[in-house]
Design a binder for this molecule. Structure first.
Ligand SMILES: Nc1ncnc2c1ncn2[C@@H]1O[C@H](COP(=O)(O)OP(=O)(O)OP(=O)(O)O)[C@@H](O)[C@H]1O
Length: 240
């Protein structure tokens, strides 16, 4: 059942971003629907990170806008974002989890309940009292995911969350992502890893030189890309 404050679908219309007179993203029209993960792929510098930041309202667009469905006053309260390198407080794992929950106005009992649930989700319960910055890279990223998940966002943006991780740590993060998607969290994730995109995607948004060249169901995109650029990218040829 749709929650009363649900925000999906998100719609980007004519979305563009320029910096120092240089157009980085141009004329993006994209609808993000509830359901399986949306993977944003494309060569280095295509604009994937900028697109996620615009969708999450960390950056103001130069042109166009992002709208959401339903009566929510501020969609950011229903969204969270995980970055390539997690930014953790110089405190314990548990304190890192409690902090945003306290900021969100939850009482201590609810903070503890959600923190315990999130630790179990990512398999970090035994490390709850460790200093967060002493964790391994993979553990830190799982903590960042747990911290975002504890807020129970309807939409979770992820910007290359596995880019610095080895295969085992990547698999642990992907398992958490699958669990979050299965419980109804909408994932919108940028990756340069095509194998990862194939494993996770319900639909694919393909960016090239600041333009959205394709947005299609994953099966169709990978089997029969509609543009020469996407076909070249899938063959491993298109570097820019
Ligand atoms: N705030 C900014 N000011 C100026 N240029 C920017 C800004 N943000 C991004 N850029 C530039 O815009 C382009 C797209 O950057 P972005 O990080 O979105 O690409 P990407 O597709 O995520 O690339 P990668 O796969 O390498 O992470 C790059 O050339 C980048 O240097």
């Amino acid at each position: 059942m749709r929650a009363p404050e649900a925000i999906l679908p998100l719609r980007a219309e004519g979305l563009g971003f320029s910096a120092d007179g240089v157009a980085i993203l141009k004329g993006i029209g994209l609808t993000i629907e509830a359901g399986r993960p949306t993977l944003v792929i494309g060569p280095n510098g295509a604009g994937k990170s900028v697109l996620l930041r615009l969708l999450h309202r960390l950056l103001p667009p130069t042109t166009g806008h992002v709208t959401w469905d339903g009566p929510a006053a501020d969609p950011r309260r229903h969204q969270a974002m995980v970055f390539q390198r997690p930014v953790l407080l110089r405190r314990s794992v548990l304190a890192n989890l409690r902090y945003p929950l306290a900021l969100a106005g939850l009482d201590r009992a609810e903070q503890d309940r959600r923190a315990a649930e999130a630790l179990a989700l990512v398999g970090l319960a035994p490390l709850a009292d460790r200093p967060a910055r002493k964790l391994s890279g993979g553990e830190q990223q799982r903590l960042a995911l747990a911290r975002a998940a504890a807020l129970r966002p309807e939409v979770l943006f992820l910007d290359e969350p596995c880019a610095s991780l080895d295969p085992a740590a990547t698999r642990a993060v992907e398992e958490t992502l699958q669990a979050l998607a299965a419980r109804g969290t909408k994932l919108v994730m940028a990756t340069h890893d095509l194998a990862q995109a194939r494993r996770l995607a319900g639909d694919v948004a393909f960016l090239h030189r600041g333009r959205l060249l394709e947005h299609a169901p994953a099966a169709r995109f990978f089997a029969a890309p509609a543009t020469a650029e996407a076909a070249a990218f899938l063959r491993g040829e298109l570097l820019w």
